[in-house]
Design a protein around this ligand. Structure first.
Ligand SMILES: Nc1ncnc2c1ncn2[C@@H]1O[C@H](COP(=O)(O)OP(=O)(O)OP(=O)(O)O)[C@@H](O)[C@H]1O
Ligand SMILES: [Mg+2]
Length: 449
């Protein structure tokens, strides 16, 4: 019988599989050589057979892989080709001869990489991540194993998007928890993931590189989820007193529990690592514990919501993507909607919607939205994508104020909101829902916690 998880010696496409490089959560990676040009070496990742339950799931994986073919950046591991081998989807990428960041740190243990090298790696990975974010792709599973090195010892970020689709097909539970717990943002344990979760993961990697230890360690998944949600990490300079203070501050900001407390984006995080002046040397003042409900008319505090089929989504300081793929902020299961269909970006006091070159286009009040120019949204605008309609509006129902006109979200409201999120996590934990992951995921958690 065919051994579905061992492809040594087999021919896949134009390549002969010569060596098994390792296995991860979703598949196995092999070194392979071109059958006509032996010196042309590639890596082939085959998805584990057990994850491919139907033609539809295969097609979904391939659809995501097609998207990744478009990602071209000097610090992203290039995807060369995709295909199907005996019904199993595979992805061919460049071979990274210098192995992963995990191998680097393991080889050096208990010593650490020189600080300059750490900063170079973080900068290269950060640039790659920022580029992907600008293309509406969230990594979701950033960890040292997915940072590889080419022959020139430059960092290459790998496995973009793999984690976006696969767990949707394999981990079916309320809190669809995906990722590697040591690097997962608090919100990710609740099934919410965004670019800011990637930034948190990069912060955790930076922490580990400069201190030699992961920010949170615990024997099981729930304990680690709690630590990410509630515990402050030991300040890095307590573990490495020679670390410049601005690096400690930049890393801790990236690892803030609340998304809005993190750097505006990964580029800002990298800039803060680079220049001491980019980070304020005095911590920001804490929000007032009590005070007037109506604190300011700053546009970002106006509660703007997008009302869709699964209820309202509050728009905040970061962009919101809409599409079928699980990596979106607003996931809509509508076959007429593309994987990454549209994006709503903050634009001064309001928001602008852009179409992401979707197959069936994006409409506002039945007018086509152009991918380049977008459409500045106004109160009451009806956004239609596929068969799904969203309404863009200021939410005056939830946050009525003294003025009674438009909704203003005070600092106190924001504190209450974060408190509610924490309570939700506690409820999830106490009801056991956070633990209801598939056996495979638990196994992986044990492996990588
Ligand atoms: N393109 C590549 N070139 C060289 N080695 C690679 C390449 N891709 C992966 N590897 C090696 O194969 C190992 C397994 O990779 P894989 O992506 O399957 O698992 P992982 O990174 O540990 O977890 P995950 O499934 O979450 O990505 C990696 O740790 C890495 O050492
Ligand atoms: Mg990987």
């Amino acid at each position: 019988m065919l051994d579905r998880d061992n492809y040594l010696g087999q021919q896949i496409g134009n390549y002969l599989v010569v060596e098994k490089l390792g296995s991860g959560q979703f598949g196995t990676v092999y070194r392979a050589q071109n059958k006509l040009v032996a010196e042309r070496i590639v890596a082939i990742k085959l998805i584990n057979n057990k994850y491919v339950n139907s033609q539809e799931e295969c097609e979904r994986f391939l659809q995501e892989a097609r998207l990744l073919l478009r990602l071209r950046h000097p610090h992203i591991l290039p995807v060369i080709d995709i295909g199907e081998h005996q019904g199993i989807p595979y992805m061919i990428t460049e071979f990274a001869p210098m192995a992963s960041l995990r191998h680097y740190t393991a080889r050096l243990f208990p010593n650490q990489l020189p600080l300059q090298q750490i900063l170079t790696i973080l900068s290269q990975v950060g640039q790659a991540l920022h580029y992907a974010h600008q293309n509406a792709i969230v990594h979701r599973d950033l960890k040292p194993e997915n940072i590889l090195f080419n022959a020139k010892e430059e960092a290459l970020l790998a496995d973009f998007g793999i984690a976006i689709e696969m767990p949707v097909t394999t981990v079916k539970n309320d809190a669809t928890v995906i990722g590697t717990p040591s690097y997962m943002a608090p919100e990710q344990f609740q099934g919410t993931v965004s670019k800011l979760s990637d930034q948190y993961a990069l912060g955790c990697i930076a922490y580990e590189l400069v201190t030699g230890q992961r920010p949170f360690q615990a024997p099981d998944f729930l304990a680690i989820a709690f630590k990410h949600a509630k515990e402050a990490p030991i300040p890095p300079r307590q573990l490495n007193p020679s670390l410049p203070i601005h690096l400690e501050q930049a890393i801790l900001k990236a690892m803030a529990k609340e998304r809005i407390q993190r750097h505006a984006d990964v580029a800002a995080f990298i800039a803060a690592l680079d220049t001491p002046s980019a980070v304020s040397l005095t911590p920001p003042p804490p929000p007032p514990l009590s005070g007037p409900d109506l604190v300011s008319l700053t546009p970002s505090f106006v509660t703007t919501v997008l009302k869709g089929p699964s209820g309202p989504t509050m728009l905040g300081p970061t962009e919101v993507t809409i599409g079928r793929a699980a990596g979106n902020t607003y996931v809509v299961n509508d076959p007429l909607i593309s994987s990454y269909h549209a994006v709503i970006r903050p634009n001064g006091p309001g928001y602008t919607i852009f179409d992401l070159n979707s197959r069936n286009k994006t409409f506002v009040n039945e007018q086509i939205v152009m991918p380049q120019t977008g459409h500045a949204l106004k109160q009451g605008d009806k956004i239609r994508i596929g068969n799904t309609t969203f309404e863009y509006m200021y939410d005056i129902s939830n946050y009525s104020t003294a003025a009674g006109t438009i909704g203003i979200l005070s600092d106190r409201d924001k504190q209450l909101e974060s408190q509610q999120r924490l309570e939700q996590l506690e409820q999830l934990v106490s009801s056991g829902k956070l633990g209801q992951t598939s056996t495979d995921f638990r196994a992986n958690v044990r492996k990588s916690a």
